[in-house]
Design a protein around this ligand. Sequence first.
Ligand SMILES: NC(=O)c1ccc[n+]([C@@H]2O[C@H](COP(=O)([O-])OP(=O)(O)OC[C@H]3O[C@@H](n4cnc5c(N)ncnc54)[C@H](OP(=O)(O)O)[C@@H]3O)[C@@H](O)[C@H]2O)c1
Length: 331
Amino acid sequence: MPTNTQILLDHRPTDKVSPANFRIVEAPVPAPGPGQVLVRHTFLSLDPYMRGRLSDAKSYAKPQEVGVVMGGGTVGVVEASNNPRFKPRDAVVGNGGWQRYSVSDGAGLRIVDAKSAPIQAYLGALGMPGVTAWYGLNRIIAPEKNETVLVSAATGAVGSVVGQLAKLAGARTVGIAGGAAKCAYAVRELGYDACIDHKSLRFAEDFKDALFNGVDGLFENVGGEPFQQALRRLNDFSRVAICGLIASYEGAPTALPDMRIFLVKRFKIEGFIVSDHLDLWPKAIGELAALAAARKLTWRETIRDGLESAPQALVDLLHGENFGKMLVKVD
Ligand SMILES: NC(=O)c1ccc[n+]([C@@H]2O[C@H](COP(=O)([O-])OP(=O)(O)OC[C@H]3O[C@@H](n4cnc5c(N)ncnc54)[C@H](OP(=O)(O)O)[C@@H]3O)[C@@H](O)[C@H]2O)c1
């Protein structure tokens, strides 16, 4: 008899999150009630926002509840359905959380085409991170031809899509990434014109060299010292999309720059949350899927095996140890 392995939040982290904050339990596989669907998960999505949900501080979304299955994006296969919108064997994306099976009334569950792209792509470039990239680049930065767009966490789930979309829009693209391997991939596979390694001792010189024309569009995923330096290189009338500040998610302070630059550079800075723009998701995913089908959009994944590896995978993601979209394959 299969059981439903589940990972619950056991207690909130007080400092850095660790696997000890979670607890694994076995439960019966749930039976779908009227109007419900039973989904068997094949991949879990690990995302930086999860760190914020582990805290009970007031934020744009409700905190993860203690003693409850950890929430998160999932893809999987419909096993049984009492809902006319779904049938067994449909490939679906939803928010099933850290468990082997979930039951849904169909809200937030979407059928995907697992023949034209691997199913887990709907958790990455063809899913929430892809839409995030699309929104921040097109609706905030809106690059013009030959402008310079700088992207931090340039090879990550969001950043890799930003870089490729900006290049397709005719911009000069510069990435910031951690390590020589990520930078080589950024230039060779993602088409960045240059990539600056934030772990290199030459970072400050490389930064200046790569950004000889300044920055017209800054897509910020990280925060920290590179962000401060990027702000100092902004051109007049540039645009800054604040997508994420992962360097501070485990408590490191964030700082505002000297406020005079807002006035002197007349730049626009805007934070955004992709779930505020659900109306644009179909358009964005349609465009991203078309680019992927035309082989104009590529991505990379770090896949951890087994549901039980999810807590450590989250810790590793928060320490930058992923190379591309962080996923857990549910066996
Ligand atoms: N606003 C929204 O709606 C929205 C939606 C999705 C994601 N986000 C944000 O977008 C950012 C990227 O998310 P993602 O899912 O694409 O993750 P990701 O980029 O695939 O992974 C995170 C990356 O951040 C980089 N990083 C740099 N400094 C770091 C530090 N001090 N600690 C940890 N990581 C560091 C690492 O890459 P390097 O080794 O290359 O530095 C790491 O691989 C995150 O800040 C996330 O919160 C926002």
